[in-house]
Design a protein around this ligand. Structure first.
Ligand code: NCD
Length: 343
């Protein structure tokens, strides 16, 4: 899958399919834009006219609560018209191909599709076949990528780990991050790792039993730990991942209770963390499996803040791709400078 597909010839975001290949400059620009929108969302007038007259279609072939609703709310806060299609109940179940679904909906003059699909590569497929001027946002494809979740995780980490004042470029460099749980099936883990690496984090541990670690993951620049105490030692950020039972065809684990005993974030393990360590989870949570039930919303947990940040981050991506030309022109000039200085 080619990450270049998502940038236009000026280095400007055209689709968002993966965080792989996006540089620190562009990631920071998205996070800074999201900060602006987050401020607006905390004020009395939450709606902006930036995408008035634009049409955004949410195409969800897999279930979703947070991602779908925050994409919808983000689009509405920007004044776009939004259509939500539950694809299980649509023509694909009558045999229509993805290509024909795309072309049919494009005929309704959609400007952007937000796509979630169980097949890795589905969002790339849409991007390859989209008409000029139509953009694709990947809302999760198989085990491959979930770029807006990666961005909202980066936003949350930067917000809580940059100390007082404006986050400096070094904020990610010194972090120690543990990603714990079902790394094998997790598109969130992959997007988090790409984003953190691009922003300079070098101490990233993936923590799970061997059956839940994908082969070769060290090549992404992470350390594999099969013991949780070693994985959590001294960390600033703990990202928990759901056990994705729906993607587990074989026997990956003896039982949920054994996973909790060996890899769950128990009260005792939370007490052993640094006092300022933060705990995150993309949701949905299996209570009592990844985390002890009554600790899910404890004082170090940012799980609900992540949901809230998802709205500002998704507004940022939509506005940077579809927003008024003067906004995109500025982004494009910066993109071009970045591309030139990298050459
Ligand atoms: C994640 C997803 O769907 O990839 N959830 C989410 O988008 N908030 C993780 C998961 O399903 O476990």
């Amino acid at each position: 899958m080619s990450p270049e597909l998502q940038l236009d010839s000026h280095g400007r975001l055209r689709h968002l399919l993966t965080l792989e290949g996006l540089d620190a400059g562009l990631l920071t620009e998205i996070l800074d834009t999201a900060e602006e929108f987050d401020k607006t969302l905390r004020g009395p007038e939450k709606k902006l006219p930036l995408l008035r007259g634009r049409t955004i279609i949410n195409l969800f072939f897999e279930p979703s609560t947070r991602t779908r609703t925050t994409f919808e709310l983000a689009a509405k806060r920007l004044s776009a018209d939004v259509l939500n299609l539950q694809m299980a109940a649509s023509s694909t179940s009558k045999g229509e191909t993805l290509f024909d679904t795309l072309k049919t909906l494009e005929a309704m003059q959609a400007d952007m599709f937000v796509v979630r699909h169980e097949a890795s590569g589905a969002a790339h497929f849409f991007a390859q076949h989209a008409a000029p001027g139509v953009s694709i946002l990947n809302a999760g494809d198989g085990r491959h990528a979930h770029p807006t979740q990666g961005l909202l995780d980066l936003f949350t980490i930067r917000r809580y780990k940059s100390g007082a004042g404006r986050p400096g470029p070094d904020c990610f460099r010194k972090l120690r991050v543990a990603i714990v749980g079902d790394v094998l099936h997790s598109r969130v883990a992959r997007s988090d790792i790409h984003g953190l690496r691009a922003l300079g984090t070098t101490d990233i541990r993936v923590v799970a039993p061997p059956t839940l670690i994908p082969a070769g993951i060290e090549q992404m620049g992470v350390r594999v730990c099969h013991r949780i105490d070693e994985g959590l030692d001294g960390v600033d950020v703990v990202i928990l991942l759901r056990l994705q039972k729906e993607r587990m065809l074989g026997a990956y684990l003896p039982s949920m209770s054994e996973f909790h005993r060996d890899f769950g974030l128990t009260r005792k393990r939370i007490e052993a963390l640094r006092r300022d360590a933060i705990i995150m989870h993309p949701g949905p949570i299996n209570r009592g499996v990844e985390i002890e039930g009554d600790m899910a919303y404890g004082p170090q947990s940012l799980i609900l803040q992540q949901v809230q940040h998802g709205i500002a981050v998704r507004m940022a991506v939509m506005a940077m791709i579809l927003g008024p030309p003067q906004r995109r022109a500025a982004d494009g000039r910066r993109g071009l400078r970045r591309a030139r200085s990298a050459a």
